[in-house]
Design a protein around this ligand. Sequence first.
Ligand SMILES: [Zn+2]
Length: 665
Amino acid sequence: MKKVIFALPLVFAACTAPETTKVAEAFDVKYLDHSVTACEDFFQHTAGGWIEENPIPETETRWGRFNELIETNKHRLRSILEEVSSGTYANGTDEQLIGDLFASAMDSVARNQAGLTPLEPYLDRVSQVTSIEELFTLMGENKFNGVGAPLSMYVSTDAKNSSAHALYVGQSGLGLPDRDYYLREDSAGLVLQQQYRDHIARVSALVGKQWDVEAIYRLEKAMANAMKSRVEMRNSVARYNPMTLEAWQTLAPDMPITAYMKAIGVEADTLINSSPEYFSRFNEACAETGLETWKQYYQWHVADAVANILNDEFETLNFEFYSKILNGIPQMNPRWKRAQGAVGSLGDQLGHLYADRYFPEESKAQVEAMVEDLRAAFRDRITGLNWMSDTTKEKALIKLEAFTYKIGYPDKWKNLSDLNLSRESYFENSKTISRYFTMDNLAKLDQPVDKDEWGMGAHIVNAYYNPLNNEVVFPAGILQPPFFNPDADDAINYGAIGGVIGHEFSHGFDDQGANYGADGNLENWWTDGDKERFEALTSKLTAQYDAYEVLPGVHVNGNLTLGENIADLGGLTLAYHAYVKHRGENEVALIDGFSDEQRIFLGWAQVWQMHGRDEYLKNQVVTDPHSPGKFRVNGPMSNMPEFNAAFGCENSGVAKAEADQIIIW
Ligand SMILES: [Zn+2]
């Protein structure tokens, strides 16, 4: 028997509708796994039933509630894409651009007929190169064609002057997902390295070349050896190294960076170099590696960059290694999904059509109110911190008040009416788009930062914090169940989307976000003592996650995931207190036997009902700064006295004794 007395305005409306369906949509208790208690393993307790009933589809490497929402969105986008690709629209309209791009990607007959022919002139140009300088010129030119190797050069907000832009240069140019793949010496690692070399050899044969695969691999391994690790690359202070071109000549005299810059048409006296040690060692590779190896290495990367925009044969070959071997995915996605991925490069255009159809305007005001609730909760938490001095608290509160937010979709959409796309050739369309956005990015160097710009399409199921704008952003795509459900009780929504909002807020105060001030500049606003106490707390959290075992012998990397783990812990804590404040003195009845305090935790856990293939998990711990779903649930809960109180847990399983709990924000 369910007797529900809603005391909150938001859910009054739900009383008039059939109660059972509404509650079931909010959190379905049939997915609870009663073989484990909430205190023992909250993730398993809340996700076990769902996992049991929802095996990972053959085309996926992981599956969860998150993915279900993405899947729903894909079907909605499909209906938009099929409609606009079968109609006739004026050139340069959003409909024409994405309609023609989608149609060209779907045209398997034309793509297969063209085969690898479109790639040939690009490989030929590499063959004709006679010096390393000429090669770097060509590399610069091909940046406009979507070939990034062997370095990453782009314009972005200057981290120490957040209203202006700067030219950045960073390490790049590997074919495996991370430098760590090259450094492994265990047997599984060696097997993977061999499979990668086999893949390069197959591509070499496919494009009719006789590359020396061992030499290419040795060069990539030398680059990998010189690279900073992902953990080191997280360090926002160590990443900021302004360097004049003169200083560059001393650092890497054999690497013709000026030829590269000339080719991309950028004039700058100063570059911000994210890993100087890398480039000095890269310089050794430039000096020691023969031109022929460089050319073959580069041909391999030119081919790799276009593997998915040519014919079926190349796409399948690419799938066999990158999806099947690296991620354990048995089966390729249907063509419409692959083509849809391609249209994602026109994020504003697709997002615009999506938001017009699928984003209820009322959601914006509701989420806005929650953002302010979360900010208020954070204000209280900062004020009440026992480890932070008043001096630093004052600065933290200034930063908190300065946070801006974007919800749903941009106020103004990017105008791409001068972009020329047709149905003729998917390959040419891809090059045109790549050229357009590369030029657009490089042209920003002399322009002020446009704070209204979005870093994500409105249709995307995700959210982000941008420290350089000190802003949190929630696209329309994520403002749907299980994250935001207008029909659910408030506790569920505060736990889910409230937790996400709190998570993004907390990024502004995670181990890296805390290095940025209220205006988005990299600057220290901490006293030494507070910084020390903060670091003592965060290193405890690192140790906690280091101990989490994902698969036998495979652990979470506590340093790589530190920022996300701080954000999960902060986010859920803020969501809890924002809810309690919002509820006030009102009494809220149990739903399905759960109190509202308990339902906050159910709301968060529901979002992370998920599982992944072994290959996915192994890949995730190396490349992904997020912890696996299980630890995004159990990790924060273990450190919350609020969790222990809500479920009556003491020191067992997930629940830690209060003295051991790590409370940061
Ligand atoms: Zn995050």
